[in-house]
Ligand binder design. Structure first.
Ligand code: PLP
Length: 355
């Protein structure tokens, strides 16, 4: 039997409607005069997030890098919450390839501490007019377990950035999860940033691709950086076609993923309250703290694999479970049962020894 794959929402396969759209996509050369299906996806993306224009890129990592290069210049300072995906998982591309210096800002559940952000501006290179600065936010926040930034928080970060003449980029890889969780249009969230990128390849189920959105002038410049990075694809309409279906048909169903993540967390919470704070689950990511089991996260990953559940480890004591289109109630129950078995095997011998 195929394992229940809860490692990430990136494992989602294209839907039937996507495969049909891909078969019939009208194609052109996106590195030359343009691909009509890509153009259509870009226009739809821009409209969805309330920006003038959009650019299709192969990945969220490249969309972030392309955006940061477009906003800044070598030696610029980028201020990010200290556990941001750009810092933790994008292999230092902004420093190695972009010549950018990043300053991690303390935060809670992915939200930067406004005082620390102010201080960074006052003490950094930007305050001495040595380098321009850019502030990046992330919602939903991956490392913070799918936490959604409050709109008031985003507004205050934007205010501070503007007061210091800095631009704002939003890493919205899961922007539509945030929009569904807040019950607002994605454009309401994107309004707090000059540029925003989001992925169609995650919970929205398209096979590849991310969109960078911003003003027409910004996207015009970003197009040159995309080429520099090798992201100008050719008949990319073939995959962009699936992205169009993702934006037209797959947003509302993210609600199901969020409900399943809550069920999963509640199930884990019934095994042991130390495992998870079910009330903190806002979207489709569930972080589980297995430190009370006495086993390492890596050991848990292999024990759960033996039970037919694929998950990922974060540090020594955390696991991450991500719900998506291929995970329904049945899979949630099976995953909870698997975690219960591994938990009992880990904890009972210790309880016997103690007794
Ligand atoms: C918040 C965030 N930003 C960016 C990315 C990068 O996206 P990609 O895997 O398409 O490069 C991810 C991927 O999980 C993410 O979670």
């Amino acid at each position: 039997m195929a394992p229940i794959d809860l490692r990430s929402d990136t494992v989602t396969k294209p839907t039937e409607a996507m495969q049909e759209a891909m078969r019939h996509a009208e194609l052109g050369d996106d590195g030359r005069e343009g691909d009509p299906t890509v153009r259509k996806l870009e226009a739809l993306a821009a409209q969805k997030v309330g920006k003038q224009a959009a650019l299709y890129l192969p990945s969220g990592t490249m969309a972030n890098l392309c955006s940061l290069l477009t906003h800044t210049g070598r030696g610029a300072e980028v201020l990010l919450e200290r556990t941001a995906h750009i810092i933790s998982y994008e292999n230092s591309g902004i420093s190695l390839l972009g010549g950018l210096f990043y300053r991690p800002i303390a935060g809670t559940r992915g939200a930067m501490d406004p005082t620390a952000l102010e201080f960074a501006f006052e003490s950094g290179l930007a305050s001495k007019q040595l380098a321009p600065a850019l502030v990046c936010m992330e919602t939903t926040h991956n490392t913070a377990g799918g936490a959604v930034l409050a709109l008031e928080h985003m507004a205050s970060v934007q205010r501070v950035a503007r007061a210091h003449g800095a631009g704002v980029h939003l890493d919205g890889a899961r922007l539509f999860n945030a929009a569904v969780a807040l019950g607002v249009d994605a454009s309401r969230i994107a309004a707090y940033a000059d540029s925003v990128c989001f992925c169609v390849s995650k919970g929205l189920s398209a096979p590849v691709g991310s969109l960078l959105c911003g003003s027409a002038a910004f996207i015009e410049r970003a197009r040159h950086f995309r080429r520099m990075l090798g992201g100008a694809m050719r008949q990319s309409g073939i995959v962009a076609a699936a992205g169009i279906v993702a934006l037209e048909c797959m947003i509302e169903r993210l609600r199901d993923d969020h409900a399943n993540a809550r069920l999963l967390a509640e199930g884990f919470g019934q095994i042991d309250a130390s495992l998870v704070d079910a009330a903190g689950i806002e979207t489709n990511i569930v972080r589980v703290d297995i430190s009370a089991s006495g086993r390492s996260a890596r050991q848990w990953v292999s024990d759960l694999a033996a039970e037919g559940v694929a998950t990922s480890d974060y540090g020594r004591s955390q696991l991450r479970f991500v719900t998506h289109r291929h995970i329904g109630r049945v899979e949630v129950e099976q995953a909870v049962t698997a975690v219960r078995r591994v938990w009992e095997r880990a904890v009972q011998p210790r309880a016997r020894a103690a007794g």
